[in-house]
Design a protein around this ligand. Structure first.
Ligand code: SF4
Length: 367
């Protein structure tokens, strides 16, 4: 079954580290943008989807009326299964109780709240518009509004962040009673204000060793709190894994709507216009159509599948590609099994705990 991704590239203010496609001065175009999206939806009329993920940008920064309109149109044009997981990304500063209640009533049943840290100084340094208190209130409000499936995003490797302050953020997230936590390390992207500050020595990032300790702290604190790691950066209570994101890691098909969204259908990847204006003018135009070669499909299946703690289903690999994973990647697989970074168990190839920590190095072999 396919997933549906909706991109809302509107943000109130650009965060210091962000190089995602999002625009800060376009709220006057909200109506036109949503109308363009409906045009795009029409070409997928009646397509069945069992996950919907509304991401950004900051989807929750749109007006409540706009978001309800969007949800109505999703249900009107797509065949959304009854048990579909419908997630919306939320910035704590942009969703009050009234908006959260409206979202819940409109069909959203999972929130992914961009908390990043429960330390105000850290939030300030990376240019987030909300405080730790805003985040705590947002989680509480979401619960009052009826959300039972709540995820928060946390970041580690932030400027001046310590293992201790990061641990406190993890503990605060657990104490807030969420059932899913994504913990990502900060990636310093060229062209962002933070990149320049680090280059000019105005800001210092934790060393690699400290960052590794933060990763270990994530696993330690979350495991001790009843979460299990199901992907390199994702932890959940049993039954609360992100079904939508699992589709990406399992190379399932997805439809992406909105500016800069990507789709993957029948082995072909394509994208939409990047800017809001171009998208509004041409919401149905498909760009950069690329049919993935079997080699590329195998490579994706391996490096995305290995991100999951369950690993790659080797029988599934053979069913999809006729050759076995050993025939294609035997040398790399044997090497990393010998090094104790991969293990072949019960038909699955997966990382060992040590391998998970060095996953970036190992995954490069399959690209
Ligand atoms: S809220 Fe998200 S998308 Fe918007 S600027 Fe910040 S990191 Fe980027």
């Amino acid at each position: 079954m396919r997933g549906l991704y909706i991109h809302i590239p509107f943000c109130i203010k650009k965060c210091e580290y962000c190089d995602f496609i999002s625009y800060t001065d376009c709220y006057d175009k909200e109506k036109l943008y949503l109308a363009a999206m409906v045009e795009e939806f029409k070409q997928y009329e009646d397509k069945q989807v069992d996950t919907v993920y509304i991401g950004g940008g900051t989807p929750s920064s749109l007006s409540t009326e706009g978001l309800i309109f969007l949800m109505d149109k999703i249900f009107e044009y797509f065949d959304v299964t009854e048990d579909a997981e419908i997630t919306m990304e939320v910035n704590p500063k942009t969703a009050d109780m009234q908006k959260l209640k409206a979202l819940r009533l409109s069909g959203v049943n999972r929130l992914s709240i961009g908390v990043q840290s429960f330390c105000d100084d850290e939030l300030n340094r990376i240019g987030r518009i909300h405080t730790a208190k805003d985040a705590q209130n947002c989680i509480l409000d979401a619960k009052f509004a009826g959300f039972k499936n709540i995820s928060v995003d946390l970041m580690f490797g932030l400027p001046k962040q310590t293992v201790e302050s990061y641990r406190n953020s993890l503990i605060a997230a657990v104490a807030a009673g969420v059932n899913h936590i994504s913990a990502y390390s900060l990636i310093l992207e060229e062209g962002t204000p933070l990149y320049d500050k680090v280059q000019n020595w105005e800001m210092r990032l934790p060393t690699e060793a400290v960052e590794a300790a933060m990763y270990d702290t994530t696993c330690e604190v979350l495991r001790a709190s009843g979460f299990y790691q199901y992907e390199v950066s994702n932890f959940s209570k049993t039954g609360y894994e992100s079904r939508h994101n699992l589709k990406y890691w399992e190379c399932e098909e997805y439809i992406g709507c909105g500016a800069a969204a990507h789709s993957y259908l029948r082995g072909t990847r394509f994208s939409n216009h990047k800017t809001i204006d171009e998208y509004i003018a041409n919401p149905k135009e498909r760009l950069d159509k690329t049919e993935l070669t079997p080699k590329e499909q195998m490579s994706e299946f391996m490096f995305l599948g290995l991100r999951k703690t369950a690993g790659v289903d080797l029988q599934e690999f053979e069913c999809r590609f006729i050759n076995s994973a050993y025939e294609v990647y035997g040398e790399a697989i044997d090497k990393y099994i010998k090094l104790g970074l991969l293990v072949h168990e019960k038909g699955f190839l997966r990382f060992t705990e040590r391998g998970m920590r060095l996953s970036n190095t190992v995954l490069c072999e399959f690209v």
